[in-house]
Design a protein around this ligand. Structure first.
Ligand SMILES: [Zn+2]
Length: 241
């Protein structure tokens, strides 16, 4: 059973005026392509939250998560591994169609802090090449595997490194209800939630998480939207120097 910690009007009350103005401005500017408005339909003035999924794509689980996102008209960010894209191009195409963001999670899930700058760049550029082959553009954001980074990684990435504010530990064999409960408890304005689109429990948890957070007034954004809306002043994000 999912616990609800605050009613939707309370969630709305927590919305800051600055975010409200930023959201209105972002909507007015618009023009990010056909898919993005899906995210703005639900709770367009609500507190923002970014759901993120690492290590995919895995067609069955990622597909199930995309089904839930589509059913609810919201978006998320998927940090994909370059090595997993070939043969699963349709999953990435669908992410884009639904207004989701595709981020770079390296090619082979390497600990980038153990690599030379050239090897680190290769991990990222090989993944960018795969993403570009499918979508026509590179990733705007990078999540380093394990969240490990240093100055070399930051300089090789040349774009924001996205960490997280809430770690669900969903890969530890937790039940869907347990994952859902934790996310719903922890969710607040500007949260970046770390999950993995690898195990069915996470996809099953989304069936509970998304409708509940919508009811509580949250608006779902991609990490790039979160950076735009906050002018880069969001937790869990390292901007390039
Ligand atoms: Zn990972």
């Amino acid at each position: 059973m999912i616990r609800r910690f605050y009613p939707s009007n309370k969630a709305l009350m927590r919305m800051g005026a600055a975010i409200c103005l930023a959201a209105v401005a972002a909507l007015a500017i618009g023009g990010h392509g056909t898919a993005e408005p899906a995210a703005a339909i639900v709770n367009e003035n609500g507190p923002v939250i970014a759901l993120t999924f690492d290590d995919g794509p895995y067609p069955k689980v990622t597909g199930h998560i995309l089904d839930v996102l589509e059913k609810n008209g919201v978006c998320a960010t998927f940090f994909v591994l370059g090595s997993r894209i070939e043969g699963r191009e349709d999953v990435l195409t669908r992410m884009e169609e639904l207004g989701c963001e595709i981020g770079n999670h390296s090619f082979s899930h390497a600990d980038l802090t153990r690599l030379s700058k050239a090897d680190c760049q290769r991990e990222l550029s090989d993944t960018d090449a795969e993403i570009r082959r499918v979508t026509g553009h590179e990733a705007s954001v990078v999540r380093p595997p394990y969240g490990y980074y240093n100055k070399t990684v930051m300089s090789a990435a040349e774009r924001p490194l996205i960490l997280w504010t809430v770690d669900t530990n969903d890969w530890r064999g937790k039940a869907p209800g347990e994952i859902a409960d934790y996310v719903i408890q922890q969710a607040k304005e500007g949260s970046v939630i770390l999950m993995h689109d690898q195990q069915t429990q996470t996809a099953d948890a989304m069936e509970m998480i998304i409708p509940t957070l919508i009811e509580e007034g949250f608006r779902f954004v991609t990490v790039s939207e979160l950076i735009r809306l906050t002018g880069g002043q969001c937790k869990g994000v390292m901007l390039p120097e």
